[in-house]
Design a protein around this ligand. Structure first.
Ligand code: AOF
Ligand code: ZN
Length: 358
C-alpha cells in the first residue's frame, strides 16, 4: 500500500478534480504489475496495473489506494476488470466517497467471492485525496489559505514591499502547491501592489499553472497586468459596478469574467466558490492579501491554513498582517486549527492545520 501511495502521488496536479490513485498487484510474494492514474479522464490506476502485469494475475492480490469503481464513467468499471482477470483478493486504502461508488465497488467484488479488506493506511490516503473528498461530496472547492509573515506578524513593510518575506525553499514549496491546486486566488490589491504572475515555477520540472482567480470588485485590473500575459486561464470575479466596457475588453483578451453578488460592498465569497465548483475547480489556493484572507475566513470557505513564518522583524504599525477585516473581539471567538503540522524550510517555519469546524 505504501508503494501504491507513492505511485498515486505521481499523478499529483494532473488528475484534478479526480483522485490520485495507485495500484500494485502481488502474486506469490512478488510485485507483478503496478499503475497509477496519470491524468484526468484517462484509464484508472487498477486498469494500468492489470495491463502492466508481467505474468497472469489470476489468483493475485491487488493493493489499491481507493475502492475500485463500479460505475460506467469515462471508462468502464474497474471492478469488472478485476473480476475478469481473476484477482482473488483486494486490499483497499479508503472507501470511495464518490456517491456513484461509495461501497458498491466492495459489494460487487464480494459478490464474486473476492476477499476484500479496506482501511489500510487510510489516514495517509485520505490526506492525499482531501481535495477530491470535499469536492466529490459537496461540489465546493477545497481551499487552502496560504500566507507568509515576518516574526512580528507582517506580510509587507510599511511601504508595501514584500519581496521576499521567506527564503527560496519556502517559496519553492509554494510553487509545488500551485502545481497541485486547480486555482489560485488573490485580491486586486495584491495585483496592483506586486504585479504577480501567479504561475508555477518549479526548479527541476515543468509544473502545471493553476487557473488564476482575481477578486476585483470594481474591475480595476490593468489591461497590461503581468498575469494576463501568462499561459493558462484567468477568471476575474467582479461586482455590479464594474465598467461594462472594461469587462468587454477583458473578455476580448480571453479572460473569463464572473459577475458575483456583493455583500456590504465586497464580493460574496460563498457565491464565488459555488461558481468555481460548478466550473470543475476542486481546489483553490488563497494567496492573499489580508482582505481576501479575512473575507475567505469570515465566509467559512477555508479548509486549511498554511502560514510561513520568517525570522525577520520589520515593525511599522501600518504594515499589514496576514488577515485584515474587522477581526474578532474575544479570544474565545478565534478560528482554531487542528491536525497541526510544523516543518522548517531553511530558516523559515511552516505551520499548517485544518480549520476547526464551528
Ligand atoms: C480516477 N482514477 O484511478 C480511479 C477513479 O470520471 P471517471 O469516469 O474517470 O471516473 C472517476 C471516478 O472513478 C472518481 O470520481 C472515483 O470515484 C473513481 N475512481 N477515478 O479518476 C482512478 N480509481
Ligand atoms: Zn475505476
Amino acid at each position: 500500500m505504501k508503494r501504491a501511495i507513492m505511485l498515486a502521488k505521481k499523478g499529483m496536479g494532473y488528475t484534478n478534480p479526480n483522485p490520485m490513485v495507485g495500484a500494485v498487484i502481488v502474486k506469490d510474494g512478488n510485485i507483478i504489475g503496478e499503475g497509477y492514474h496519470k491524468t484526468y479522464g484517462t484509464a484508472h490506476a487498477e486498469v494500468h496495473a492489470l495491463n502492466n502485469c508481467k505474468v497472469n494475475p489470476e489468483g493475485a492480490t491487488m493493493y489499491v489506494t481507493l475502492e475500485p469503481c463500479s460505475h460506467i464513467g469515462k471508462t468502464p468499471p474497474c471492478v469488472d476488470a478485476i473480476i475478469g482477470h481473476g484477482i482473488n483478493e483486494v486490499v483497499i486504502g479508503m472507501i470511495d466517497p464518490n456517491p456513484l461508488v461509495a461501497g458498491k465497488g466492495v459489494q460487487k467484488l464480494q459478490n464474486q467471492g473476492i476477499d476484500v479488506t479496506y482501511g489500510m493506511l487510510e489516514s495517509e490516503v485520505k490526506s492525499l485525496n482531501r481535495m477530491f473528498m470535499k469536492y466529490v461530496t459537496t461540489k465546493q472547492p477545497y481551499c487552502i489559505l496560504k500566507s507568509a509573515m515576518t516574526l512580528d506578524g507582517k506580510i509587507a513593510t510599511k511601504i508595501g514591499d514584500s519581496q521576499w518575506v521567506t527564503g527560496e525553499l519556502a517559496r519553492q514549496h509554494v510553487h509545488e502547491l500551485r502545481h497541485q491546486m486547480s486555482g489560485i486566488m488573490v485580491g486586486i490589491g495584491t495585483v496592483l501592489a506586486d504585479n504577480p504572475r501567479l504561475t508555477t515555477r518549479l526548479r527541476k520540472r515543468k509544473g502545471k499553472n493553476p487557473i488564476r482567480i482575481i477578486l476585483d470588485t470594481t474591475c480595476r485590473i490593468p489591461l497590461d497586468a503581468a498575469l494576463l500575459r501568462e499561459e493558462g486561464k484567468t477568471i476575474i470575479c467582479t461586482g455590479n459596478h464594474a465598467s461594462p466596457l472594461k469587462i468587454k475588453k477583458l473578455q476580448e483578451m480571453g479572460v473569463e469574467v464572473y459577475m458575483s453578488n456583493e455583500r456590504d460592498g465586497r464580493l460574496d465569497m460563498a457565491c464565488i466558490m459555488d461558481y468555481l465548483g460548478d466550473r470543475g475547480i476542486d481546489s483553490v489556493l488563497i494567496e492573499g492579501g489580508s482582505s481576501v484572507s479575512s473575507s475567505a475566513l469570515e465566509a467559512g470557505v477555508v479548509d486549511e491554513v498554511m502560514m510561513f513564518i520568517a525570522p525577520k522583524i520589520i515593525g511599522g504599525k501600518h504594515a499589514k498582517s496576514p488577515v485584515g477585516g474587522e477581526g474578532v473581539a474575544w479570544m474565545r471567538d478565534a478560528i482554531g486549527l487542528v491536525d497541526i503540522e510544523i516543518e522548517t524550510l531553511g530558516t523559515d517555519i511552516l505551520i499548517k492545520g485544518k480549520v476547526e469546524e464551528a
